[in-house]
Ligand binder design. Structure first.
Ligand SMILES: NC(=O)c1ccc[n+]([C@@H]2O[C@H](COP(=O)([O-])OP(=O)(O)OC[C@H]3O[C@@H](n4cnc5c(N)ncnc54)[C@H](OP(=O)(O)O)[C@@H]3O)[C@@H](O)[C@H]2O)c1
Length: 260
């Protein structure tokens, strides 16, 4: 199916690997011109035909600069994919282990980075009657299934998407949320990521955690979600094919969530 995206413009955050990189590939394959942001742009981004921009979105001043650069480079903005999130590990531990500084860091990256980028991008998106896709998590709806600061920040992000859809729908801007379950990215697979830390906390080998994860999460597909599967959903929601879809939250979790 032609997604009718040829010639459109997009900004993707958290784009250097994992889900973000897969979104860049999916959009570029549809003929979208993409500005791709991460702290350390990877060679894969340039190979995908994207325009990489180095941007640390945990710094509040970065969002406006990034959007200004992207809009100037692209000559406008049709699509914003707020994918940045997760973190560099350090998410594990219970509520009483978390300091204010850790809450700030997690909520900043998983919620306020998107708030700031979206605020800066909305004038251009409204001018283009564009679309926003936010990457949240099933943890927003199943908050016991992950670290409390992360799932709380993602719950805020999901609510934010719904509120934005209401406020900016009349201006022609669509806003949708994609909520993945476990996806096969560095977040789970890196020896320094969340998955490795969780395995250490559970005193089991990292490989055993990964092998048992689909069953432990109740995933009916018996494997992790692939990044390009999330990217296909994001590209569809960003496209004119989804013109009647706004204010929604789409799970892509292999059936892990049983209640929605
Ligand atoms: N993987 C999963 O199982 C899963 C499940 C549900 C939701 N999600 C969500 O999906 C999104 C992508 O996750 P992922 O698994 O693809 O993550 P990932 O593989 O860890 O990639 C994260 C991306 O964000 C960038 N990034 C990290 N910190 C940043 C910062 N301060 N400023 C700018 N960019 C930054 C990273 O590049 P640099 O390091 O170069 O900055 C990288 O491109 C996140 O919002 C995550 O919460 C993931």
């Amino acid at each position: 199916m032609d997604l009718q995206l040829n010639g459109k413009t997009a900004l993707v955050t958290g784009a250097s690997r994992g889900i973000g990189l897969a979104v860049v590939h999916a959009l570029a394959a549809e003929g979208v011109r993409v500005v791709a942001a991460a702290r350390t742009p990877t060679p894969e981004l340039a190979a995908a035909g994207a325009m990489p921009v180095a941007a640390d979105l945990s710094d509040p001043a970065t969002a406006a600069r990034l959007v200004t650069e992207a809009v100037a480079e692209l000559g406008g903005l049709d699509i914003l994919v707020n994918n940045v999130g997760g973190g560099d590990g350090g998410l594990n531990g219970g509520f009483l282990d978390l300091t204010d500084a850790q809450w700030d860091q997690v909520v900043d990256l998983n919620f306020f980075a998107t708030v700031r980028v979206t605020r800066a991008a909305l004038p251009a998106l409204a001018a283009a009657r564009g679309a926003i896709v936010n990457v949240s998590s099933i943890g927003a709806r199943v908050p016991h299934g992950g670290p409390v600061a992360y799932t709380t920040a993602k719950a805020a992000l999901t609510a934010f998407g719904k509120a934005l859809a209401e406020e900016f729908g009349p201006q022609g801007v669509r806003v949708n949320t994609v909520s993945p379950g476990p996806v096969r990215t560095d977040m789970w697979e890196s020896p320094t990521g969340y998955g490795a830390e969780l395995a250490t906390a559970m005193s089991i080998p990292h490989a055993d955690l990964l092998a048992g994860l689909p069953a432990a999460m109740g995933m009916l597909i018996n494997r992790l979600v692939e990044p390009d599967e999330v990217a296909s959903l994001v590209a569809y929601l960003a496209s004119p094919r989804a013109a009647a879809t706004t204010g929604t939250d789409h799970f892509i979790d292999g059936g892990a969530v049983k209640t929605a």
